[in-house]
Design a protein around this ligand. Structure first.
Ligand code: EPU
Length: 423
């Protein structure tokens, strides 16, 4: 297993390019199941979650090819769904990635049947999929559970009015995809507003779908008989961009993330500015600079456009070095403080009570061997390691590889001393 070895204390500076958004690529890959022709997703990063979903699509009979796309390390994933014979996603693959559930809606809509292993809980919470299933039932599908698999069947889905009990990103994406080929109109209310939902809606529209309202909390989909193949460019990864800006801020550096879209990162940029970092929009990107102390600020996660849960762990690492007290409240997932125990081992002072962590800033963190527990928690440990004195080792970085493309190379290009070694 690979580990990261970090010599902390270097100030990062320079420009780094953001990759395409993992959480936008995954639904686009699932959407290919709806099409009558090949779908090309351009600007995809090289990530384990993307190859896992590729394997699931291949298992079903699709052909999946990845090729380089005009240099710069960019790739294009080309999926031809013509050979789909087995609308099933097996346990061995689903267990490594919950987002596999995204194939459910497209399979039922296009093939009238889906059988996918029920994703279990994961490191950050129980994460049920009841909203996905209730929505499909409202559209006329029968759902059942057998031998750990969810089975969904219907002759043809019918449009319905579906009000989500809570904002769910993949739930909104799944039902939006299902509705594109349903008979009649579907209204999704209390829908998620994330940029990744909008990216998917844009691709579906280019495939011939009739969708409006994405980006608001009511999405209306009028079903069409068929969808065609498409080439679609994926949006930049706002979570990776925010993580890289935090790497600049935590080291007192000067970092520009090119390709980052500031409007998609408002909540994070505002908190960075409140913390004393100087944020500026530069042509084609966002720049962060910090010279003074880190001011402690409170953050509370909430669905987009609120502060993303996917940046909570990284921001907490930053707050560990704040000049006062900061409250970090997690409202989306019930178990997303796994990084706290590891940060404490570096000298951080954090008390957790329910869904709130109280972080009392310390003057310095010290390097230590650390265990990564989930994707974003791993990134938080890397940030802490960059700012700490001495050597930090981050173990089990396979979690990080699920969602960050060559993070060590990007950070090294900014002057960090970080390397990947075999344990
Ligand atoms: N929920 C339910 N029932 C459902 C669906 C969701 O109770 O049927 C609950 C969840 O347990 C959670 C809340 O609703 O408490 C929100 O979950 P959501 O469904 O929005 O999460 P998700 O769609 O499974 C996506 C991202 C996550 C990100 C969350 C929240 C993808 C592939 N994953 O997950 O990304 O944290 O939205 O923004 O888009 C990551 O990239 O590290 C990651 C975990």
């Amino acid at each position: 297993m690979d580990i990261f070895v970090i010599q902390g204390g270097r100030r990062l500076s320079g420009t780094v390019r953001v990759s395409g958004a993992k959480n936008a690529v995954l639904p686009l890959m699932a959407a290919s199941l709806l099409a009558d022709g090949p779908v090309e997703i351009a600007g995809t990063p090289r990530l384990r979650d993307i190859s896992t979903l590729g394997k699931i699509l291949e298992y079903m009979g699709a052909s999946v090819e990845t090729a380089s796309d005009g240099g710069d390390g960019r790739e294009v994933v080309r999926i031809d769904p013509a050979g789909i014979r087995k609308p099933e996603a097996p346990y061995d693959l689903v267990k490594t990635m919950r987002a596999s559930v995204l194939v459910l809606g497209p399979l039922v809509a296009r093939h009238g049947r889906a059988r996918i292993s029920l994703p279990g809980g994961c490191a950050i919470g129980a994460r049920p999929i009841d909203q996905h299933l209730k929505g499909l039932e409202r559209m006329g599908a029968r759902t059942s559970l057998s031998e750990g698999y969810v089975e969904v069947e219907t002759s043809r889905l019918s449009g319905a009015v579906i009000c989500f009990d809570m904002k769910t990103v993949t739930g909104t994406e799944n039902l939006m995809m299902a509705a594109t080929l349903a008979k009649g109109t579907t209204v999704l209310s209390n829908a998620a507003r994330e940029p990744e939902v909008c990216c998917l809606a844009g691709a579906l529209r280019s495939m011939g779908a009739d969708i409006e309202g994405e980006g608001s909390d009511e999405i209306v989909v009028r079903g069409v008989p068929a969808l065609r193949g498409v080439r679609h460019e994926v949006i930049p990864d706002r979570i990776e961009a925010s993580t890289l800006l935090l790497a600049g801020a935590i080291t007192g550096g000067d970092v520009t993330v090119s390709g980052a879209v500031p409007s998609a990162m408002d909540a994070v940029l505002q908190k960075l500015a409140e913390s004393g970092a100087e944020i500026s929009t530069v042509p084609g990107g966002v720049r962060v600079r910090r010279e003074g102390p880190i001011r402690s600020v409170n953050v509370e996660t909430s669905p987009y456009p609120g502060f993303p849960t996917d940046i909570q762990a990284q921001f907490m690492a930053y707050m560990c070095l704040g000049d006062g007290e900061s409250k970090v409240r997690e409202t989306i997932f019930e178990n997303r403080f796994m990084h706290v125990a590891e940060l404490r081992r570096m000298g951080a002072r954090i008390d957790v009570s329910g869904n709130t962590a109280e972080v009392k800033g310390v003057a310095a963190l010290s390097g230590a061997p650390l265990m990564a527990t989930d994707l974003r928690a791993s990134a938080s440990l890397v940030l802490a390691g960059l700012a700490a004195s001495g050597t930090t080792e981050v173990l089990r970085i396979y979690h990080l590889d699920r969602g960050y493309e060559s993070l060590e190379n990007k950070l090294s290009s900014l002057g960090a001393c970080i390397s990947r070694v075999k344990e």
